[in-house]
Design a protein around this ligand. Sequence first.
Ligand SMILES: [Zn+2]
Length: 267
Amino acid sequence: MNTLWKEFLEKGKVENCPVYDMHGHMGSFSRIYFPYGDFDPEITKNRLDRAGIKMLVFCSHWALFSPDIGNKANIDVVRKLPERLRAYCGLNPNYPEIIEKDVDEFEKYTDVFVGFKLLADYHRKPISHESYASAWKYADKHGLIVLLHTWGWSQFDGPEQVRIVAEKYPGAKILLGHSCHGEWDKTIQLMKDFPNVYAELCAVVDDRGGLEQIIEAVGSNQIVFGTDWPWFNHHYYIGAVLDSGISDQDAHNIFHRNAEKLLSSLI
Ligand SMILES: [Zn+2]
């Protein structure tokens, strides 16, 4: 058993193992109630402190689903708690003119954004669709992070689609949100073929064996931690990762070292 497991269990957090949550959200969502979905600097900070979350990188639901509000929802929130938060600029391919505007203005918000977020399964346009092209080119050129929602067998953001963009945009740091859930073999192949492709663990550990399989095949240098917060609780996910029996070294890579490297030039 790793020693971090014990310390997390006893204290709820571990000082020398800070956690970077690289996949979060913010704001309300239809047909579900989130006790901590609405941003409040004090309450949000408190929730992050509880689980030793050093930084949460998120994309507001409103930026993804409410084009009338758009990425303003991200900008306003990060600027109220900049020491703990960064955001992904959300892209909705059904509003390509907003994408163009957001890419054009990206430079103004380098204190807020570390990259882009695509949610292709929900927006029903594949991640290689031309509507996203300007953002992909910008991320490629500037070494930005692109967090994808990815799911096994999806025609919009499954492994075949990831392969197209990873080949085309080698300068972008691509986080596979949910790691092409279920198609772990293909996730592993993508990580082997593309050093800029990272597995992200939200929803991965709901299916025992996936994380272990990835670590055994490619090690832990291309894996980051994420929770879809406020959809899921931080302690639940931290516990599920630690309880898979990984080593302390792997846990340090997953919880903070890899994220620190990814973010080093961006924050
Ligand atoms: Zn998400």
